[in-house]
Design a protein around this ligand. Structure first.
Ligand code: FBP
Length: 262
């Protein structure tokens, strides 16, 4: 079956706003303003993001009214930072429930190299099968991690993770960037026909973040699936405007940085 990712793309590129950090990291990422999911949905809506990514509990309460214009990615597994040890992210929400809530795509985190790799892949295989039976794309967070992975942003480890994502049937991969534009082309190649989107990471300066965006696009990535660099920003719409112009209108980093001077 042909899986349709078109709804999540604009001119073959994509800018997604992620807010699943509350479960993954806890409230420490938030302040009194951005702790409210409505604030995140407002940014996604007014900023015309290609998708908003949340857990099912948030989607059920907030994905209503005008927000339904934004394609929804329901993250159906997750874990907290309260437990240590080899990582595994249990499935919390079924594919069927995600679709009932209005998902245009399913999000799922995998930890290549974890001692729990077998269980992770076994479950992910079922998720891909179910989602693809409905023609719905699957976005895989490919995060190599655990004691077998001394460096999670090593180029070969990232490339191997991208290849795993491709072989397991993911349509879009969400991965970290290692800061090496030339080397990252190999990571993108290993994603095959799966599109590769890069996570934002800890908030940096607009100049750092926009340059990173430009570099990953140059390396062949499809776009960015980001959170903290946008909703922790004092100027979420300025950074969004800059990102959009850089990604979709091919403006230079230098040009879009001028938006912050106004
Ligand atoms: P950021 O852009 O804020 O880094 O979010 C990207 C993301 O993949 C989130 O979707 C997820 O909650 C988080 O990073 C997980 O990060 P980690 O597992 O590295 O703590």
């Amino acid at each position: 079956m042909k899986i349709n990712t078109k709804k999540l793309l604009h001119n073959d590129r994509s800018l997604m706003l992620a807010c699943d950090q509350g479960l993954e990291h806890g409230p420490k990422d938030f302040n009194l303003k951005n702790i409210d999911p409505q604030y995140i949905f407002d940014i996604a809506h007014e900023g015309r993001y290609n998708a908003v990514i949340v857990q099912s509990g948030i989607a059920e309460k907030f994905y209503h009214g005008p927000y339904r214009d934004i394609p929804l990615v329901v993250k159906i597994n997750g874990k907290t930072s309260l437990l240590s040890g080899e990582p595994i992210s249990p499935q919390i929400c079924s594919v069927d429930r995600a679709l009932k809530i209005g998902a245009s795509a399913i999000g799922y985190t995998l930890y290549p190299g974890s001692e729990h790799e077998g269980a992770i892949y076994e479950n992910f295989g079922k998720v891909v099968e179910q989602a693809h039976d409905y023609g719905i794309p699957v976005i895989a967070w490919m995060y190599p991690r655990g004691k077998n992975i001394p460096n999670d942003i090593d180029t070969e480890i990232l490339a191997y993770s991208a290849r795993i994502g491709q072989e397991l049937g993911a349509d879009i991969l969400k991965m970290k960037y290692n800061g090496d534009k030339e080397a990252y082309k190999w990571v993108v190649r290993n994603a095959g026909r799966a599109k590769l989107m890069v996570a934002g990471g800890v908030k940096g300066t607009p100049a750092e973040f926009l340059q990173k965006t430009k570099d990953v696009l140059d390396a062949g990535a499809t776009g960015m699936a980001i959170g903290r660099n946008v909703w922790q920003s004092e100027q979420p719409f300025t950074i969004t405007h800059a990102l959009r112009d850089l990604m979709f209108n091919h403006r230079s980093v230098q040009d879009v940085l001028k938006y912050f001077e106004k």
